[in-house]
Design a protein around this ligand. Structure first.
Ligand code: NAP
Ligand code: G4F
Length: 360
């Protein structure tokens, strides 16, 4: 039997690493594009590379979304059955500081892949998945956002992803390419980048517990998000490309929580009692009660969360929650991992890593 070949851009990122594992288990040959960096950027996939079972099944190629030649040469060589475009400057806050770069990578980078598929004569062979985002909804126009909700992007990141969404649709309509958008709401995991809020919280609290830091500084505590687990969501990316026709799908848990709720739940999981004081930029959380034997570095009344202006965005997306009925119905999907399980997994992972690094 001929094995399917997949190419993943952004393979060194959170989603790329989970999708690579998922596809290898499905007996795909997996190719990934990684960019040249001055320090190692493969920590999320090293375990796959080192696994003997995947010796002739997992390949990495240097490339960059901004270098069309690199994309064309890899695509021409592999002739993949499926391409998953996960590569992006994916941080919304950073996109306000680097709007031009973010637009180049996320918009033109996506076009570069689609054009390479076209130029390599693979329009009728290669299926294309675009990592679209709930950030497209920005200033929400409907209580729960579905595939039919109007977009209102509010950051350079979101506008760059809007171009990518539409160019994917254009290639589908113009050339009958199997090109689909997965409009994914936030999804997290122990492999989440350290500057995204959930990971910043689980890592920050772990560092406080081990006495490496005193306080966690956050921005807007009242922002609401629909948080799922990345491992659940990459299965959906695959299902989007297995559907009988190319289409666009919202993937979400349909549940919404605030950043403050996420902080509270982490402390609850750790069995540390905190209390919130003050308002706006003066809001803080202090430790009220805890087990001194379990947490020797903590002190009663210690201020463990403060607000910093630095982490507010010029234009905030306050409120996102998805309506994933279409994916549930057509792709037969249901998220498996809830927020409490996600928090447990992320907290356990960060605590364990810091504990290990301290005894080295
Ligand atoms: P991530 O962890 O930030 O990973 C981004 C990946 O893109 C990394 O592998 C990065 O490489 C690579 N990359 C960045 N610029 C590149 C370039 N110019 N050329 C080639 N590769 C480049 O992101 P993620 O959380 O896995 O998300 C995957 C995709 O889904 C992104 O497109 C993101 O915008 C989108 N998305 C994410 C979420 C979410 O909640 N996670 C929700 C909706 C949509 P390095 O490792 O070298 O930096
Ligand atoms: O974790 P975040 O940075 O994720 P955000 O902005 O929702 O974007 C993520 O999800 C999108 C899907 O909707 C993806 F497309 C995108 O690539 C990325 O993966 O921030 C979540 C919320 C925001 O409202 C932010 O203002 O948390 C708020 N927040 C509060 N304090 C903070 C902080 N965000 C960060 N990063 N750091 C803080 O200290």
């Amino acid at each position: 039997m001929k094995l399917k070949k997949a190419l993943i851009t952004g393979i060194t990122g959170q989603d790329g690493s989970y999708l690579a594992e998922f596809l290898l288990k499905k007996k795909y040959i997996v190719h990934g594009i990684k960019r040249k960096s001055s320090s190692f950027n493969t920590s999320r996939i090293d375990h796959i590379y080192e696994n003997k079972r995947y010796k002739n099944k997992f390949f990495l190629h240097y490339g960059d979304l901004l270098d069309p030649n690199s994309l064309t040469s890899v695509i021409k060589k592999i002739k993949p059955d499926e391409i998953y475009n996960f590569a992006a400057q994916s941080h919304v806050g950073v996109s306000f500081k680097l709007p031009n770069y973010t637009s180049q990578v996320n918009s033109i980078g996506t076009l570069n892949i689609l054009q390479s598929i076209y130029d390599c004569g693979l329009v009728s062979k290669t299926k294309f998945y675009q990592a679209s985002t709930s950030e497209l909804y920005g200033e929400i126009q409907e209580k729960k956002q579905s595939e039919n909700t109007k977009f209102y992007p509010k950051s350079p990141y979101a506008t760059s992803k809007l171009f990518a969404y539409w160019i994917t649709k254009n290639f589908r309509e113009s050339y009958k390419m199997f090109a689909s958008n997965g409009i994914l709401f936030n999804h997290e995991s122990p492999r989440r980048g350290e500057t995204f809020v959930t990971r910043k919280i689980t890592l920050g609290l772990s560092r406080i517990i081990f006495g490496l830091e005193n306080c966690l500084y956050l921005g807007n505590l009242y922002s609401l998000r629909d948080w799922g687990h990345a491992k659940d969501y990459v299965e959906m990316c695959w299902k989007v490309l297995q559907h009988k026709k190319p289409d666009d799908f919202v993937i979400a848990t349909e549940k919404q929580y605030s950043v403050k709720f996420f902080v509270d739940q982490c402390f609850k999981y750790l069995r540390i009692k905190i209390k919130w004081f003050g308002k706006n930029l003066n809001e803080t959380a202090k430790i009220i009660d805890f087990d001194k034997n379990q947490y020797p570095f903590l002190k009663k009344n210690m201020t463990v969360v403060k607000i910093s202006k630095k982490y507010f965005r010029p234009n905030e997306v306050n409120n996102l929650i998805g309506n994933a009925s279409k994916a549930k119905k057509l792709l037969k999907w249901k998220p498996k991992i809830d927020i409490r399980h996600l928090i447990k997994e992320m907290m356990d992972n960060d605590l364990e890593n810091i504990r290990k690094s301290k005894i080295k």
